[in-house]
Structures are given as structure tokens and as C-alpha cells.
Design a protein around this ligand. Structure first.
Ligand code: ATR
Length: 273
């Protein structure tokens, strides 16, 4: 019987995940299919019942359900537990097992470039589910101080409490308190959805330089305003698609227990732009 996989979230219409996984299934001749299923924020419980009814084999979780999904899971892995959010679920005969592939998916492109994280300072925009996984990833690599800047300052303060628990030094500020000089940050990471609608970055980019690493987790468009400005300053840039690819490869390997066809998945993402 064909196995069905899905990504759930809202909005989901522009998700590349169905393309990536379906391309991988085709490449390896697997009898599987992957669909996008929109579940509005307040309909998660009903949506999950629907998924169980069609005997979903596994699914990815995106905005706005990554944290809310946790209470519906029967078992979670270590990273999920640490981060308090899940983006990859397996369905074992009606039992939902949660994983989090965001953290390692985030770190992979940094490691691939042999960039040092230990002791380096970070400016992190955003304080949602993705930002949480990023804080946990940086913590694992013994980062210096992370300055968390968020539109809603209370959420930055909340994320700061989480960071303290896992032993990372942080400051929590609002987007309006960032100041004009970014040269003390080795890493500048956008973990908000700013850029998705082609908006300009709220960051003052004048002091970004060739020693800065600018990582935008927004992958659509490929060249966000922040990425464009960082390139003009000759910073090292890391594209959002790289994190998307990293987490998709890991999700594939969790579900299928075989090595993911990395190149095909990468080509599919880049072909989608
Ligand atoms: P994710 O799982 O991708 O992290 P999320 O938990 O909904 O999604 O978090 C979205 C992040 O983007 C939040 O930090 C949010 O800021 P608020 O906490 O103030 O809501 C941020 N964000 C989204 N749209 C934004 C905008 N237009 N300007 C500034 N920040 C924005």
C-alpha cells in the first residue's frame, strides 16, 4: 500500500516540502506520496484525527503548530524535549513519535563552511519555535552571548529564560533597541518571517563586514533583502534553503531508515525558485 506523508501548517500553499520528498521518492522508486495539508491554528486536534484516519505514515510540522503539537505526541526524542517543539513526526500504528530536525538542520550549513561558533557572539532576530531550535543549536556548540531581538519583547524575555536553563548567556531586547553598530556580532540570524513577502530587513546593515556571517532562515525568495545587503558588504551568507534541505534530509532518514538522495533534494529546492 502506498504510504502517505504530509506537511501541516498554515499557510502551506508555498511549501517546498512536497516537491522535495516526492522527488526523493521518485529517485529511489519508493511507493510513497507527500502532500501539503493546511490546518488552521485552532483546528490542530481535528486535523491530527484526520491524519490518523488516513493512516499517515509521517508528517512535518510548520508554523504555527511546532510548539502546540507537543501535547499530542506519545513519545518525543531528546532534541524535541530540549527545544520544546517538534517538526517531524512518525506514526507508529496510531502512536505519534516526535523529532526535531530543525536544530541539526540549522547547524549543518555552518559546519559545512567550517565556521567557528564557540565563544562567538550572535544577534538573533525572532523568538518563535525556529528561534528556540537555533538557541539550542548554538548552545550545543558553546556559543558566546546571544542577543535575542524580537518585535514582541516579552517573547524575547521568555526565550532568554529557556536559554538560561540550557546554559547560554543572552540579552533580550526589542527590534527597536538593536542600535546601529552590528560589527561586534560574528553571526546575524534572521529567524522571523520578515523577508517572505519581500519586505526590507529592519536591521541597520551598514556595519556588516566580511567577517560577519549572515544567516537568513527565510528561503523564499532565495535572495531576501537581508541576504542581498549582506552580500554587498561581502559577508559570508547562509541561505534559508540550506536549513530547509538539512531538516528535510534528516526527516527522510528518520522515516525511511535509508540515506536520503541529497543531490536530488537540493536540485528540487533550487529548481523551485
Ligand atoms: P517559527 O516557528 O517560524 O519560529 P513563530 O513561532 O510563529 O514561527 O515565530 C515567528 C517569529 O517571527 C516571531 O519572533 C515573530 O515576532 P513576534 O513574537 O513579535 O510575533 C516574528 N515576526 C513575524 N512577522 C514579523 C514582522 N512582520 N515583523 C517582525 N517580526 C515578525
Amino acid at each position: 500500500m502506498t504510504k502517505t506523508y504530509a506537511v501541516i501548517g498554515d499557510s502551506i500553499a508555498h511549501s517546498l516540502s512536497p516537491h522535495i520528498h516526492n522527488a526523493a521518492f521518485k529517485e529511489l522508486d519508493l511507493d510513497c506520496t507527500y502532500i501539503a495539508y493546511r490546518i488552521p491554528k485552532e483546528e490542530l486536534a481535528d486535523g491530527l484525527e484526520g491524519l490518523k484516519k488516513i493512516k499517515i505514515a509521517g508528517f512535518n510540522v510548520t508554523i504555527p503548530h511546532k510548539i502546540a503539537i507537543m501535547k499530542y505526541l506519545d513519545k518525543v526524542d531528546e532534541d524535541c524535549n530540549l527545544i520544546g517543539a517538534s517538526n517531524t513526526i512518525s506514526n507508529n500504528d496510531g502512536k505519534l513519535i516526535g523529532y526535531n530536525t530543525d536544530m541539526d538542520g540549522f547547524l549543518e550549513p555552518i559546519k559545512k563552511r567550517n565556521l567557528k561558533i564557540e565563544g562567538e557572539d550572535v544577534l538573533l532576530l525572532g523568538a518563535g519555535g525556529a528561534a528556540r531550535a537555533i538557541v539550542a543549536g548554538f548552545a550545543k556548540e558553546k556559543v558566546g552571548v546571544i542577543t535575542i531581538a524580537n518585535r514582541t519583547k516579552d517573547k524575547a524575555v521568555e526565550l532568554r529564560q529557556f536559554a538560561q536553563k540550557i546554559g547560554v548567556q543572552t540579552n533580550a531586547i526589542s527590534l527597536y533597541e538593536i542600535g546601529n553598530n552590528l560589527s561586534s556580532y560574528k553571526f546575524i540570524v534572521n529567524a522571523t518571517s520578515i523577508g517572505l513577502k519581500n519586505e526590507s530587513t529592519p536591521l541597520p546593515t551598514e556595519t556588516i563586514n566580511q567577517n560577519t556571517v549572515v544567516y537568513d532562515i527565510v528561503y523564499m525568495p532565495l535572495n531576501t533583502d537581508l541576504i542581498k545587503k549582506a552580500k554587498e558588504k561581502r559577508a559570508t551568507v547562509i541561505y534559508g534553503y540550506e536549513m530547509l534541505l538539512g531538516q528535510a534530509v534528516r526527516a527522510f532518514e528518520i522515516w525511511h531508515g535509508i540515506k536520503a538522495p541529497y543531490d536530488v533534494m537540493k536540485r528540487t529546492i533550487l529548481g523551485g525558485f
